[in-house]
Design a binder for this molecule. Structure first.
Ligand SMILES: [Fe+2]
Length: 400
């Protein structure tokens, strides 16, 4: 339905810098924002070993910035690693924080920027998903093309005590500046390129199915879908193809801008459920969820899925809207399989877990939060059906 009766609001970083080798002038861009003092760079061992952290330190020095590097970030970060990074930042008396890496490093950096000015530990705030005020300035520099976290007000942090994925959702952690330099993604291995690309695709498509979908975010999301369909297989199979990397970097950033306000829906609810239980990379969870989440939502957004089919490069001329929508679902599944991703969770999960997973999908507040963004209410029966179809790889049945 055209959202003429809704109030929508948009948040996006105050400044976005996008371009090849833009990272070499990061100091200049930060200065222009009136930010001064010592930088804390939050990154992970892989990015540090690849020399990317040193490249950023060098670029900062050129403009007179001092920097200290925390390089112990890790994938799917928990509150413990966030606290370690925050302790480092406090000891180093940082003034602002640069998240440099995949979504994980940037998500840690977002928390560190708050804990630089607030007392206590990550878990004190994670239980409420928010911080009481904005912390130190955040600069986000992604080295993968997937999460779009450089442009969002979310940070996904796992509770170390039980492995449950929690998250912060608050404008206080929206980066002040996103600096996206596609050259930083060129060394990403094919598997990471594929799974992070699936994450970006999920953000773009899921936000178009969300309750607060609107013309502005739809336009950005559709362009992201188009870029991903064109560029993801090339980026996976020919990693040093810079044009493909540029398109994927745009797609990831644009999908982040698109979903920041309408949010994401059942695909991520399912991905977070599977991620919390089986600890698969987030993008893999997205890949096994997305086609089924599209079908689950088809009843209320057939026309929109038909437009997604066109953005995916499908020829829908002469088709009914329903046929075109079904083509979109199949094309997404095909694209994910083309880049070597699983499109069922059978390879890493057990079918007998479905009742337990369905319970989690309708009872865990960390999962039900996603339905606040969706149009359809989730029921236990629907959760069982969604889990069953995504386990069996079954598409094309009647709507449920
Ligand atoms: Fe995601």
């Amino acid at each position: 339905m055209f959202p003429m009766l809704k109030v929508v609001q948009y948040y996006t970083p105050q400044k976005v810098v996008f371009g090849v080798n833009a990272v070499d002038n990061i100091g200049q861009y930060i200065k222009e924002m009136g930010i001064s003092g010592k930088a804390i760079i939050v990154t992970d061992p892989g990015v540090a070993q690849a020399g990317i952290a040193a490249r950023v330190v060098q670029a900062l020095k050129k403009d007179g910035f001092e920097a200290a590097v925390f390089d112990q970030g890790k994938p799917e970060p928990d509150n413990v690693v966030c606290d370690q990074a925050a302790d480092f930042a406090r000891k180093e008396a940082g003034s602002f924080v640069i998240g440099l890496g995949g979504g994980s490093a940037i998500d840690i950096a977002k928390v560190v920027a708050q804990l630089l000015v607030l007392p206590g530990k990550t878990e004190d705030y994670l239980v409420n998903t928010t911080f009481p005020k904005k912390g130190a300035p955040i600069i986000a520099v992604p080295t993968t093309s997937g999460t779009g976290t450089e442009c969002t007000m979310y940070s996904v942090v796992t509770f170390a005590k039980d492995g449950i994925k929690g998250f912060f959702a608050t404008p206080t952690i929206l980066p002040d500046m996103a600096l996206v330099d596609p050259t930083l993604t060129v060394s990403m291995p094919p598997k990471v390129t594929a799974s992070t690309g699936a994450d970006a695709l999920s953000h773009a498509i899921e936000t178009m199915m969300a309750r607060q979908e609107n013309p502005l975010t739809d336009a950005i999301a559709l362009k992201a879908v188009e870029f991903i369909a064109e560029a993801l297989p090339v980026a996976v199979y020919e990693g040093d193809n810079l044009e493909a990397r540029v398109k994927m970097a745009y797609a990831s950033m644009m999908a982040g801008m698109a979903f920041n306000d309408p949010g994401i829906v059942e695909g991520h609810a399912l991905a977070h459920t599977l991620g919390s239980v089986y600890h698969v990379p987030h993008g893999v969870g997205c890949a096994v969820a997305l086609p089924y989440a599209m079908e689950y939502n088809m009843g209320h957004c057939m026309e929109k899925l038909a437009r997604i089919a066109v953005a995916l490069g499908q020829n829908t001329a002469g088709m009914s809207v329903r046929q075109a929508a079904q083509v979109a679902v199949q094309a997404v599944k095909q694209l994910l399989e083309d880049v070597g991703l699983p499109t069922t969770w059978a390879p890493f999960g057990k079918k007998e877990d479905i009742p337990m997973l369905a319970k989690m999908m309708v009872e865990s507040p960390w999962i039900t939060a996603f339905y606040g963004w969706s149009k359809r209410p989730m029921t236990r029966e629907a959760a069982v059906e969604l889990l069953t179809r995504s386990y069996e790889g079954r598409l094309g049945d009647k709507l449920y």
